[in-house]
Design a protein around this ligand. Structure first.
Ligand code: 3PG
Length: 210
């Protein structure tokens, strides 16, 4: 599990978090990000067309790592598995999700904001976590502090991360990568400005490479 998540998260330093409102945007948006150099994508299950969007991306962009985000329940986890995702991301955790993730063929990156939530996951064997909402939960300072007692845990922080503060996180030894929606701003998506999104991705890939 840890190895699978590491191989996905080590591909890039930045994982775009996508909210797809119009199904027809899915493939061109994903393609623009991938062409810009970001080939791990998280599609949030918070819009009606999200699962269809994942299926379309899966078919059109076979080499790309696709995750489902905003997974709140085991039932949603199962729908994501069926849509063919490579990984699942949750904003927070429940015992039911932790248990489901252990049995699933698809690895889960569980969302935690406290050491106690992390410790619950630890008992189930989880070693890689999303730290959410990152900026509001103490930011890079909090992750650095957690690295004291629990240095083996590693994080993908998301929530409030932008091009301006990503380095604060990426410079920490226990941060694998960061996630965020800043690569797909509404102003560009609404205008189907895929060139603009490709350029944002290119800048992020260049600035935050390994
Ligand atoms: C999310 O799940 O919404 C992500 O954490 C994105 O957060 P952001 O919009 O602050 O980047």
């Amino acid at each position: 599990r840890t190895t699978e998540l590491d191989s996905i998260c080590q591909k890039v330093e930045v994982i775009p978090v996508l909210v797809i409102d119009r199904l027809e945007d899915a493939v061109p948006m994903a393609r623009a990000l991938v062409e810009g150099g970001l080939n791990v994508l998280e599609i949030t299950l918070r819009t009606d067309c999200a699962l269809d969007a994942i299926r379309r991306m899966r078919a059109a962009l076979p080499g790309v790592s696709i995750g489902a985000g905003t997974v709140l329940t085991p039932a949603q986890y199962r729908l994501a598995e069926e849509a063919g995702v490579d990984f699942v991301v949750t904003p927070g955790t429940t015992e039911a999700l932790y248990r489901y993730g252990v049995e699933s063929p698809v690895p889960m990156l569980p969302g935690v904001a406290t050491v106690s939530e992390l410790m619950t996951g630890w008992q189930y064997g989880y070693r890689r976590f999303k730290f959410f909402p990152a900026e509001a939960s103490g930011g890079a300072k909090a992750i650095k502090s957690i690295g004291g007692p629990i240095p083996e845990a590693r994080f993908c922080p998301t929530g409030g991360i932008t091009v301006d503060n990503a380095d604060d996180y990426l410079s920490l030894p226990n941060v694998m990568c960061v996630g965020g929606s800043w690569l797909t701003p509404n102003s560009l998506v609404e205008n189907e400005d895929w060139d603009g999104i490709r350029e944002l991705a290119r800048q992020a890939a260049e600035r935050f490479h390994h």
